[in-house]
Design a protein around this ligand. Structure first.
Ligand code: AMP
Length: 111
């Protein structure tokens, strides 16, 4: 399996992992776009939201992202959870991941 996020799950490549449960792993983004920028991924390889078949999976991912935001101390002020999907969505790594961004006020709409 050549997927870099699968290799983070199996510890074949290093990452700053901050949380893990039976289904998800959370680690710091290599190129943070905010004071807090964490990626939350399922341990199971799913290329993007388009390939999700089990509706429990995005629920678990989202709740894990919420718990990470709380642990990072950004839940009260607010944060953003983003799932970039395919080319127009800006997806560059094809293993489903939720960006958890916070620590600054963000604009809307996104670019
Ligand atoms: P996306 O553009 O939504 O596919 O986001 C992919 C994200 O993965 C980007 O924000 C990258 O900075 C991040 N990234 C890529 N490789 C790594 C890595 N080895 N460790 C941590 N973050 C990574």
């Amino acid at each position: 399996m050549s997927c870099i996020f699968c290799k983070i799950v199996t510890r074949e490549i290093p990452a700053t992992i901050i949380a893990e449960d039976d289904y998800c792993v959370a680690f710091r983004d290599l190129h943070p776009q905010a004071a807090t920028h964490v990626l939350v991924i399922p341990k199971e390889h799913v290329a993007s939201l388009n390939q999700v078949t089990d509706p429990l999976l995005p629920g678990r991912l989202l709740c894990f992202a919420r718990d990470v935001a709380a642990a990072e101390g950004i839940a009260e002020r607010g944060y953003r959870v983003v799932l970039n999907t395919n080319a127009d969505g800006g997806q560059t790594v094809f293993h489903l991941h939720a960006h958890v961004l916070g620590g600054k006020a963000m604009g809307w709409p996104p670019g």
